[in-house]
Design a protein around this ligand. Structure first.
Ligand code: NOJ
Length: 549
């Protein structure tokens, strides 16, 4: 396998609005990120994925861009952005920007032009259809943010497509001029020194609306190849596509070495596996670890020899990992470290979402009006106001899976508003900031933070952690997840208890012979395998390496 600079890197995702507010207007900003680069350097990450900072009316917090070459005023200026790229580079950190090109804002000049008239040059940059014969919407395509995906334009008497909010019209990727405008814009940013792109809902750009196809459409891969050729392909970049519908076969099409498309994709099986058939995430099923183990194993095996995995639990759209998959009360520290162990020793590139490294948790706001997210508000309207779900059930759904769980401000210390701002934060801080914050984590050598730091460092030092082949072991033990990675003569053995009970685990002889020294352990003190048995405390995880060195 060809070695790439990002293979042993760990990516840290920043949601700028919630990271650190330098000018105290209540909204995180770019100068705020610059002032916290030393913190990221201490953690050891080498790439920042920056959620959108472009000019935007913020209908969807920046995923609705009105100018790709300008910075939103509330986040700073283009000079701030250039300074961030330079200051990060000085610390050995690359910037990966969010590329949102399935849609723009309705306030983007292209759409403003397109609205002028059906013969405007930019009309065809978007997707328009005449009303159905009954005068209604062209078809029953639904928006991912609830309701019809079609919005009527009085002036021309046509509908435009928006797979997200009506302020996010979908771009028409069949238009060649549009595609080249996008590639030029990407090159403009690459020339500024950014090192790659996270590509928002990129699996939607090959859509064939008239056949009802949105994801994984027929022209998706040819378009990605074209994009690669005209922009990042000739530069040494990292690219990751957000692909909700990817299967391992599809992921190989994106990230296979000979494919010349993307470095890797985000796949979401560990998320969607627990969605309800009817209500999706708003009524999700309890997490079943045995299902999770099979999913992770399937992906590891499928991309053992070709392609590349992204390893992540959460991001700005998902609940906090420790609340969703662990125990955010009694065993918060132990389960957070166990979950980090589980994915960081796998093959692929790990992503840490801001605050994950200190074990931030989900939040429960008492008032519905405290929630900001457009997806939450639209879904509430769609489901509760029309009596499909009662208020209490919907609130449970929001508490468990709503996107604002990830978006509460970063908890820096135990001062007012968690040290995020001295102004009024745009979204309330999680009230548990007096116990869970960066200052406290940095003061405690056993904190979740230092455990992550250790994992990030190990990846830089151990080729087996980066390139080792994955094999699941001890499958018969229902309460543990165990796997090995092997590379040349080195073997890593990972054993974790994913339950809140003590477990007595039988370890076969052939595994014992591979268990050298312990390199990661989330409990204090030693724990030895005795008489072929390992006794694991709740959420205990141990990693052994049998290296030649
Ligand atoms: C996926 C992004 O991660 C999410 O935050 C956004 O709302 C949608 N794409 C639309 O851009």
């Amino acid at each position: 396998m060809l070695r790439r600079w990002w293979h042993d890197a760990v990516v840290y995702q920043i949601y700028p609005r919630s990271f650190y507010d330098d000018n105290n207007d209540g909204i995180g900003d770019i100068p705020g990120i610059i002032s916290k680069l030393d913190y990221l350097k201490e953690l050891g990450v080498s790439i920042i994925w920056l959620s959108p900072v472009y000019q935007s009316p913020m209908d969807d917090n920046g995923y609705d861009i009105s100018d790709y070459k300008a910075i939103a005023e509330e986040f700073g200026t283009m000079e701030d952005m250039e300074q961030l790229i330079a200051a990060a580079k000085q610390k050995g950190i690359s910037i990966m920007m969010d590329l949102v090109v399935n849609h723009t804002s309705d306030e983007h000049s292209w759409f403003v032009e397109a609205l002028q008239s059906p013969d405007n040059k930019y009309r065809d940059y978007y997707i328009w259809r005449d009303p159905a014969t009954n005068g209604g919407v062209p078809n029953d395509l639904q928006s991912i943010f609830s309701g019809s995906a079609w919005e009527f334009d009085e002036k021309s008497g046509q509908y435009y497509l928006h797979l997200f909010s009506k302020k996010q019209p979908d771009l028409n990727w069949d238009n060649e001029q549009l595609r080249h405008d996008i590639y030029n814009m990407m090159n403009w940013w690459l020339d500024k020194g950014i090192k790659g792109f996270r590509m928002d809902v990129i699996d939607l750009i090959g859509k064939d609306i008239d056949k009802g196809i949105t994801g994984n459409g027929p022209s998706l891969h040819p378009r990605l190849k074209e994009m690669n050729q005209h922009s990042f392909g000739s530069r040494d970049t990292i690219t990751v596509g957000e692909t909700w519908g990817a299967t391992p076969d599809i992921a190989l099409q994106y990230s296979g070495e000979s494919r010349e498309e993307l470095s890797m994709v985000f796949q979401f099986e560990h998320v969607t596996a627990f969605h309800d058939e009817q209500f999706g995430k708003w009524k999700s099923k309890p997490v079943d670890f045995n299902v999770l183990k099979d999913i992770f194993t399937k992906w590891q095996l499928a991309l053992n020899d070709d392609g590349w995995n992204s390893l992540f639990w959460n991001n700005h759209d998902l609940p906090r990992v420790v609340s969703k998959y662990g125990d955010d009360k009694e065993y918060r520290t132990e389960s957070a470290k166990m979950l980090a162990t589980m994915i960081h020793f796998m093959k692929g590139t790990p992503y840490i979402f801001q605050g994950e490294e200190i074990g931030m948790t989900n939040v429960k706001f008492p008032q519905f009006s405290d929630y900001n997210d457009i997806e939450i508000h639209n879904a509430y309207q769609d489901l509760v106001d029309s009596n499909k779900l009662d208020h209490e059930s919907m609130m449970e759904g929001i508490y468990a899976d709503g996107r604002d769980n990830a978006r509460t401000p970063m908890q820096w210390d135990d001062s007012l508003h968690a040290g995020f701002t001295t102004g009024t934060p745009w979204l309330k801080v999680n009230p548990n900031y007096d116990n869970i914050n960066v200052e406290q984590a940095l003061d405690d050598k056993d904190s979740i933070f230092y455990y992550y730091k250790h994992l990030v460092q190990l990846r830089k030092e151990m080729p087996v952690m980066v390139y080792g082949k994955f094999k699941r072991i001890i499958e018969q033990e229902q309460a543990v997840f165990a796997y090995q990675r092997t590379h040349e003569n080195d073997t890593l053995t990972v054993i974790l208890n994913h339950t809140n009970q003590v477990q007595h685990v039988k370890i076969p002889e052939e595994v014992i012979t591979e268990c050298g020294k312990v390199i990661a352990h989330n409990y204090k003190g030693d724990n030895h395998i005795q008489h072929h048995e390992l006794v694991l405390q709740p959420y205990e995880s141990i990693v052994y390496v049998n290296a030649t060195v």
